[in-house]
Design a protein around this ligand. Structure first.
Ligand code: CMC
Length: 392
């Protein structure tokens, strides 16, 4: 009989080789194409990072200008697509809407099904990066009953997203450049993270040669769960539920109790066993944004900081190497910007789209690529004979 390695959760299986992202979990390091995330978050911007992830190098000024033009040309969605949104209940979770609408893009761009054509792969990548913010903003507008706001290509990527989310036709809306910068940084910090669950989902879906828009929809579905991208929403809701610093010990005890399924959301990571470098940048950003908006003594931030402090001194969290992850502080920034918690994971999804599509492109272009097909250890019944229903 065949012998297989049994590795549930893929804790020790490499599914591919990749040149895109490097993580050293013990040192708390994250690089995109060799560049440390701290430098990119500080000095670069999201669209430049998109170029880097997609093509492997930082662009020249001319290449950057051309890339920006290519992306902005595709920010609008097909008018017909508005009907898709209208088919959803107003109270649908925006992630549900996103899965449906992005999956539907495979019908609008059916030519992209020809994944063997590098030009089709290229245009699909650009379309996804350009349209995801528009689709996420439309999901939000639809959920609050406001009219859709068309993209503005004179604004940069992050400012345009804020505009599409917060502008209303009746009132002038001006994007605060400092807030746009903070938004851009959130996008950058989420842009890629090697073979996490959603990226592996995109690769697995794509390994059969499926349409890229459909593959990205599969990635969005995977990201939604609270153990993955859904943790940012779950974390802020947890911080709100804790409410005051004096209730923290109660929640720490719950998280440690093996008979209680509760976990501290925004804590722990499969790979980072020292700290999550994204969380460090995010924490600084949270302080900056609250200062900028003049929000002092924010109770959620107070609870978050105190919870972090208590957990980092607690034997349980120390011995299991559980540290705040990227989702721990991002929600505080997004809440301060005015986003409801249901939009946190869609923002993660639109940021991660470039990572998914870069990984998908890398896989399709790799001559070694074969369909992903894990094996199993069968632990079911022995062979048995069918019994007629009257005899059971
Ligand atoms: N609170 C309390 N205990 C925890 C937590 C937590 N947040 N995370 C892990 N543990 C415990 C877990 O109970 C287990 O204990 P034991 O060894 O006694 O059974 C041990 O730590 C190892 O946990 P695991 O579930 O085997 O580790 P994993 O690598 O499979 O899971 C994780 C990683 C991120 C899913 C997990 O830490 C978790 O559920 N965290 C909360 C959700 C979260 O914040 N997710 C966001 C991840 S980062 C960004 C993203 O992907 O979106």
């Amino acid at each position: 009989a065949d012998v297989f390695t049994y590795d549930p959760g893929f804790t020790s299986t490499a599914s591919c080789d990749s040149t895109i992202t490097f993580i050293d979990g013990d040192k708390g390091e994250l690089w995109y194409r060799g560049y440390p995330i701290e430098q990119l978050a500080d000095k670069s911007n999201y669209l430049e990072v998109c170029y880097l992830l997609l093509y492997g190098e930082l662009p020249s000024a001319e290449q950057m200008k051309d890339f920006e033009l290519r992306v902005t040309r595709h920010t609008m969605v097909h008018e017909q697509m508005h009907n898709f949104f209208r088919g959803f209940r107003r109270d649908a979770h925006p992630m549900a809407t996103l899965v449906g609408v992005v999956g539907a893009m495979s019908a609008f761009y059916h030519d992209s099904t020809d994944v063997a054509d590098p030009e089709q792969r290229e245009i699909a990548s650009i379309r996804l990066i350009a349209k995801l913010p528009t689709i996420a903003a439309m999901a939000y507008k639809y959920s609050i009953g406001q009219p859709f706001v068309y993209p503005r290509n004179d604004l940069d990527y992050a400012a345009n997203f804020l505009h599409m989310c917060f502008a209303v036709p009746a009132e002038p809306y001006k994007v605060d450049p400092a807030l746009a910068r903070a938004m851009d940084r959130i996008f950058t910090l989420h842009a890629d993270h090697e073979q996490n669950a959603s990226t592996s989902t995109v690769r697995l879906a794509g390994s059969s040669g499926a349409n890229p828009f459909a593959c990205i929809a599969a990635g969005i579905a995977c990201l939604w769960g609270p153990a993955h991208g859904g943790a940012n929403q779950a974390c802020l809701e947890m911080l709100r539920e804790i409410g005051t610093v004096d209730r923290i010990p109660e929640y720490i005890a719950k998280a440690k109790d093996k008979d209680d399924p509760f976990r501290l959301m925004g804590f722990g990571h499969r790979v980072y066993k020292n700290f999550d470098p994204r969380a460090k940048v995010m924490k600084e950003s949270a302080d900056e944004v609250l200062e900028l908006l003049g929000i002092h003594n924010n109770p959620t931030l107070q609870v978050a900081k105190e919870l972090e402090k208590i957990a980092l001194e607690d034997e349980y969290f120390v011995s299991k190497k559980l540290y705040p992850n990227v989702d721990f502080y991002s929600g505080i920034i997004l809440e301060a910007m005015g986003f409801p918690t249901s939009m946190f994971t869609p923002i993660f999804a639109l940021s991660r789209t470039v990572g998914w599509i870069s990984q998908w492109k890398e896989m399709i272009a790799d001559p070694q690529n074969k369909i992903g097909r894990p094996r199993q250890l069968y632990v079911g019944s022995e062979r048995r004979d069918y019994q007629d229903i009257a005899k059971r």
